[in-house]
Design a protein around this ligand. Structure first.
Ligand code: DX5
Ligand code: ZN
Length: 218
């Protein structure tokens, strides 16, 4: 299991310290939520910030694009240092082509599945992805409540990926905290995003330790 803290819930006035603290706490990846005020009703950060994030961390930078024009902007995020790019399928006229282009530019690819979207909707992208991003909240804001109905979809993804022997990771994003992470991992998640579940706690190392312990116990 990899833990990917979402910097959306970090204190941006001390972003470097927050990133280094969470990295020191045992984070495996950094999750960066990019929102444009069009695809979702919130605006966050752009490639300029990713460029600085890249300079202060050594772990993979996982960029989650919640924007209407990934074809135009994914290359800029890759240039800024993103290792992973997730796109939402309905933001591209041809998701397979967008994913192929992202791979050509040297980043790993992922397709996001919103809580109300069936897995079948993105199955035709499975040849072009390194990861599927299963949303357990509707994208737009940090700190929302986890939607437990999505657990069945995580398991369905795990079964499909195992049956077809595909080298695809399952990332789960939204509302994950120490008290529900074990259920997510048991269902099949192996890259776990947590924003408020880490950054709104007083001791990141202790929170990450508790998350790993909860998974180990389950
Ligand atoms: C939601 C974002 C998530 C979110 C995670 O639009 O994609 O990454 O910020 O934050 P928490 O863990 O607080 O739900
Ligand atoms: Zn995200």
């Amino acid at each position: 299991m990899k833990i990917a803290p979402s910097i959306l819930s970090a204190d941006f006035s001390r972003l470097k310290d927050e990133i280094q603290e969470v990295e020191g706490a045992g984070a495996d990846w950094l999750h960066v939520d990019v929102m444009d005020g069009h695809f979702v009703p919130n605006i966050t950060i752009g490639p300029v910030v990713v460029e600085w994030v890249r300079k202060v961390t050594t772990i993979p930078v996982d960029v989650h694009l919640m924007i209407t024009d990934p074809d135009k902007y994914a290359p800029e995020f890759i240039k800024a240092g993103a290792d992973w790019i997730s796109i939402h399928p309905d933001t591209s006229a041809n998701p397979n082509a967008t994913l192929k282009k992202i791979r050509e530019l040297g980043a790993k690819t992922s397709i996001a599945v919103n809580p109300d979207v069936p897995l079948g909707h993105v199955e035709n992208c499975f040849g072009d992805i390194d990861m599927v991003l299963i949303m357990t909240v509707f994208p737009g804001f940090g700190g929302q409540a986890f939607i437990p109905d999505v657990l069945a979809k995580i398991t369905a993804a795990r079964i499909l990926i195992a049956e077809r022997k595909l080298p695809i990771l399952i990332e789960v994003d939204g509302g994950i905290k120490t008290d529900n992470i074990a259920r997510v991992v048991q269902a099949g998640g192996n890259v776990i995003v947590s924003g408020s579940g880490i950054f709104k706690t007083p001791d990141y190392a202790e929170t990450v330790r508790q998350m790993r312990a909860a998974v180990a116990r389950s």
